[in-house]
Design a protein around this ligand. Sequence first.
Ligand code: XIL
Length: 315
Amino acid sequence: SASLREHAAARGKFIGAAVATSPLANETSYRNIAATEFNQITAENVMKWDTTEPSQNQFNWTGADAVVDFATQNNQQVHGHTLVWHNQTPNWVQNLSATDMRSAIQNHIAKVVGRYAANPTVVSWDVVNEVFDDNGNMRNSFWYQKLGDTYIADAFRAARAADPDARLCINDYNVEGVNAKSTAMYNLVRTLRAQNVPVDCVGFQGHLATQYGFPGQVQQNLQRFADLGVQVRFTEIDIRIQMPRDAAKDAQQATYYRDVVNACLAVTQCAGITLWGFTDKYSWVPDTFPSEGAALIYDANYAKKPAYTAVHDAL
Ligand code: XIL
């Protein structure tokens, strides 16, 4: 039967995956699935600040270029992830004065976005990532401590200047349903756009877990953002279970994947869905959430799980 990407394209949506550069270079099965099943990819790590600018104004494009080249060869779009985040950002940035930190953001965005601005493969960016706490307050990150919330508008304006054609997103987790955090995000996006800050898109990460239940009012939540005039998308879907796997957990996970796809399909302005990896062989989940895992649609031997079928059949 047809690939995920063929089904998604027929629906006018993208289906994507985050990719890790080592298996992309070294494993045929990984490379083949990444190429044939997905029409969009995101670099899992190598476009983050610690990789692209490990020391000030010294840029390293090896990993980022490898991902972009792979995508170009396979007729895929790349979503750039991520420009301003509190994690995976070098200490030299965190130790700057406010004035120098503002300049560092400008330079970083100008160089990273600018490198791919004329490249039709790279179409969008997560400009800021995870700026909220779960209660809806601004996250008290080193960015916020030094710059207040001004860094957010500054980052979007810098990205627009570096690539006027790129779609610019704000991205976060635990904002898939209607809750305090997603409402804070909604208010911020509305305020920024009223100030002509170029926010084009909202990314809902979607790191879900079957034991916590499916978020409430996902479609309604996507729609209220869309009604502000922004594109919406799922950017980092994985749906973890408490290990070990069994048939019942696989089946429940599959229904969650189906429901994510259906929420996107139900909202015209939802551009597509990116999974945070595709095989349980390479996933951040077991390293991050003790005793949880098996969050993706292929198992560690590249066999399709019920979640694959659920995504395939929903698309
Ligand atoms: C994760 C990667 O998957 C890991 O390999 C890395 O060690 C840490 O970052 N939200 C994000 C992603 O926006 O960048 C994170 O990716 C997962 C949570």
